[in-house]
Ligand binder design. Structure first.
Ligand code: FE
Length: 140
């Protein structure tokens, strides 16, 4: 069994700027944060997959989404550990753990250790970094 090297998506900032909306660019490439309760997905309860808005990689499943009351989509687990990268972020006089898409390096949000029981983690992710794909109901 051969282990497949995960392919990375590398694009110039110029290219990202063309492909992303100004808000997506600000969050994903400039590590911005959308204001709480303004994103499209924090209240989304549909069944499906949350993908990276930049490169399309599957990042989170609706099964692990919970209402944290923070105003941002919150998950207690990523789809798999190799989908995301974590980095220490010492901006704004705090030490936080930044979460990035492992495939394209896009900024997603932060992970905190005040999540629900199963993992104790709360991945706090900007709606602007995500693209939601609803699970298709199987038809007979
Ligand atoms: Fe990505």
């Amino acid at each position: 069994m051969g282990s497949r090297m995960a392919e990375k998506v590398r694009k110039s900032e110029e290219e990202w700027k063309k492909e992303l909306s100004p808000q997506q660019y600000h969050v994903l490439r400039e590590k911005g944060t959308e204001p709480a309760f303004t994103g499209e997905l924090h209240k989304n309860k549909k069944e499906g997959t949350y993908k990276c808005a930049a490169c399309g990689e599957d990042l989170f499943s609706s099964d692990t989404k919970f209402d944290s009351g923070s105003g941002w989509p919150s998950f207690y687990l990523p789809m798999s550990n190799d989908k995301i990268e974590e980095k220490t972020d010492r901006s704004l006089f705090m030490t936080r753990t930044e979460v990035l898409c492992a495939k394209c390096g896009g900024h997603l949000g932060h992970v905190f250790d005040d999540g629900p029981k199963l993992t104790g983690l709360r991945y706090c992710v900007n709606s602007a970094s995500l693209k939601f794909e609803e699970t298709e109901k199987k038809k007979e």
